[in-house]
Write a protein that binds this ligand. Structure first.
Ligand SMILES: *Cc1c(COP(=O)(O)O)cnc(C)c1O
Length: 374
């Protein structure tokens, strides 16, 4: 008999909160603008299959992924849906992507050539989204050189390539809204200089853009982190928390003054202390950087993480918390009683961003979905 998912350590994912966050994006951009939820990296670590099931209730125009593999896996679940690979494809991935009926972002001439060749080999028509680099600098046709690459697109053989979308990606919508206007201006200028197909699906905004500058919504927006409960750089905008992370107390120790805990003996009890060993570690994706910095919730109290986080266990100081027992639930992200630890708090303490915290949780941590029976 195998164990039950809540025996040791687990992530709980609230589908109702995910849906509420998606509705907030829709309300921000207005009903005329469609959603392309970004579900790359296993829906930011929460589980792509349940995520697309939950988001289907909002009738998104497409789902966005980053790799051909992700699109191919999702195709098995969504035989009819529009699936767009927004990151540049390595040349060898073009053919499998087209075979699965994925739409692909095209970021450069080499990418275009690879897709044309793959489409010809398969006798199919590739559906492509032109990516314009308006300042992100990592992918896309340079906005300054539209006169050199524009004619390539307009001269495409309609038999092998169907130009269905155009997009760019914002670099600082969570930090500096002036840069959004600058990138939007470059995007507009570029679109103006091209002869666009009718029905071209134009998309610009990520989560921060969609929540903060919804007037640039065009035909669709590509939200990611906000859906999954991450902040977008505006204190007034707070998503519903979606993911919470919990584990069990598996060992209790009454420490004597001077006792040390964990690798490197980096924490020493100054006084008598009670330490609870909890069954989650960096092997589950709990950031090791939280050692001697982070906190957790136990029996309604906030307790500090003491010592280094190990691969499999983490120790918290529960001195003064009454009635702690082996088997108690400890919360590392989420709410317990009056207290909440957000994914953004964890990210700040770990010196990273919510995206990296969420995508860092490993397959060892079961994802338990609640709040949706679809
Ligand atoms: C990941 C990604 C998004 C979503 O960004 P968030 O900041 O998570 O909303 C949108 N567009 C592209 C091209 C992406 O790679």
């Amino acid at each position: 008999m195998s164990t039950s998912p809540e025996d040791r350590a687990w992530m709980e994912v609230r589908a109702d909160a995910l849906i509420a966050n998606a509705r907030a994006v829709q309300a921000s951009v207005g009903a005329g603008v469609r959603l392309i939820p970004m579900v790359k990296a296993d829906a930011y670590g929460l589980g792509v299959e349940r995520t697309v099931d939950a988001l289907a209730t909002l009738d998104p125009i497409a789902f966005g992924v980053a790799t051909a593999e992700e699109g191919i896996a999702l195709r098995a679940r969504l035989p009819e849906a529009r699936l767009i690979v927004v990151s540049p494809l390595p040349p060898a991935a073009a053919e499998p992507a087209l075979r699965a009926g994925l739409e692909v972002g095209i970021s450069n001439v080499e990418g275009l050539q690879a897709v044309v060749a793959a489409a010809s080999a398969l006798g199919t028509t590739a559906r492509i989204h032109l990516e314009i680099d308006t300042g992100m600098g990592r992918a896309g046709f340079d906005w300054r050189q539209v006169d050199s690459w524009g004619p390539l697109l307009e001269g495409l053989d309609a038999g092998s390539v169907n130009w269905v979308g155009a997009y760019t990606h914002l670099h600082s919508a969570d930090e500096d809204l002036a840069t959004v206007e600058e990138q939007w201006g470059r995007f507009e200028d570029t679109l103006d200089r091209l002869t666009l197909p009718e029905d071209l699906l134009v998309h610009l905004l990520n989560s921060a853009g969609a929540m903060r500058v919804p007037r640039h919504g065009y035909g669709a927006v590509r939200p990611g982190i906000w859906l999954y409960g991450g902040l977008v750089g505006d204190e007034g905008l707070v998503p519903e928390p979606v993911a919470s992370v919990h584990a069990r107390v598996v060992h209790l120790k009454d420490a004597e003054p001077g006792d040390t805990v964990g690798y490197g003996a980096t924490h020493r009890a100054g006084d008598r202390a009670r330490w609870a060993t909890v069954s989650i570690g960096y092997g589950d994706g709990l950031p090791r950087a939280l050692g001697n910095r982070g906190r957790a919730l136990l029996r309604g109290a906030s307790v500090p993480i003491v010592g280094r986080i190990s691969m499999d266990v983490t120790v918290v100081d529960c001195s003064g918390v009454p009635d702690v027992s082996v088997g108690d639930v400890v919360t590392f992200i989420g709410s317990a009683g009056e207290e909440t630890i957000t994914v953004d708090e964890v990210a700040r303490l770990a010196g990273t961003i919510s995206y990296e915290v969420l995508t860092g949780f490993t397959p060892r941590l079961p994802r338990i979905w609640t709040g949706f029976d679809g």
